[in-house]
Design a protein around this ligand. Sequence first.
Ligand code: ZN
Length: 106
Amino acid sequence: MEAAKVKKFEKRLSDRLRELTERLEKIEDDLDQPSDPDAEERATEREGDEVLEKLGTAGLAEITMIKSALARVKDGTFGLCVVCGEQISEERLEVLPYTPKCRDCA
Ligand SMILES: [Zn+2]
């Protein structure tokens, strides 16, 4: 892939990584908030915490994917399928810039 295109994806990945990291930090802050003393409020709050934890888990998984994509940018293999070694289509990378696999191998 052309260096300019790799740069473009690298920037998107870094921006997304920063956004996710900030969001996760906010989720952790929210989870650390002391519970509301009102019992009814507390039940709702617990459900809210579960949603936050799920978001956190999904976010962490995406962060891991993005970090390995950025590592592939560094070693010059970004955009190549980790399974078959073929070039991943740009259309696919536009949607999932951190994907390690081509459509056939995914
Ligand atoms: Zn493949």
